[in-house]
Design a protein around this ligand. Structure first.
Ligand code: URA
Ligand code: URA
Length: 199
């Protein structure tokens, strides 16, 4: 029996909502004490494209949704420039809870939380995953990952095509790098067989 295609595809929304309920109750690490909301992730369960960030910030923690603050607004402009809408893709983070004062995720926090993201990836089964920034890069590809060297190249992670690019928070501080991220997104569109919208 082929294991990979038996159960999942038709029931993706059921799997995701059950998983979401589980994630929302998570107390695997101490971030459950300081969080206001768990940020599970959101988007199209059948998305061909998934974006993965680092962890919720203050706005995300208060609204329970990924990428809704300043970085999120930039990410939405990028997604719209690609001719897509927020609800066409799936957006999630490595950590589902906000680290206090937005500090970097601790190794044990990532270790406890990453199974949730891997389950989301397995259920959604996107064609391409765009990972945003250094933390996501290191989580996927190990501590030698260098965002400035490896962004814009398709890498493989558990049989999936993954393209790292700069984190929108970095782009807000370094606007000149936006052009490079746009080059990366054009590669993603090409790979998905979608045309680059005229500006
Ligand atoms: N930064 C992230 O990495 N994720 C969010 O959801 C918001 C900001
Ligand atoms: N450093 C980061 O953490 N992320 C980027 O995207 C670029 C530099």
């Amino acid at each position: 029996m082929k294991k990979d295609k038996v159960l999942l595809p038709k029931n993706k929304d059921v799997y995701l909502s059950m998983l979401g309920k589980k994630i929302t109750k998570c107390k695997r690490c101490a971030l459950n004490i300081t969080r206001n909301n768990v940020v599970v992730g959101e988007g199209d369960p059948d998305a061909r494209l998934m974006f993965i960030g680092e962890a919720p910030g203050a706005d995300e923690d208060s609204q329970g949704k990924p990428f809704v603050g300043k970085s999120g607004q930039l990410l939405m402009r990028i997604i719209e420039a690609m001719g897509l809408k927020r609800q066409d893709v799936y957006i999630a983070n490595i950590l589902k809870c906000r680290p206090p004062k937005n500090r970097d995720p601790l190794p044990h926090e990532v270790e406890n939380c990453i199974p949730y993201l891997l389950m989301q990836i397995d259920v959604i089964d996107p064609e391409i995953i765009v990972i945003l920034g250094r933390t996501a890069g290191i989580t996927f590809f190990g501590k030698d990952f260098a965002i400035t060297k490896q962004r814009g190249n398709f890498l493989e992670f558990r049989g999936k095509r993954v393209l790292p690019t700069f984190h929108p928070a970095y782009l807000l501080m370094n606007p000149k790098a936006k052009k490079l991220t746009w080059d990366d997104m054009k590669k993603v569109l090409k790979e998905l067989g979608l045309s680059v919208p005229k500006k």
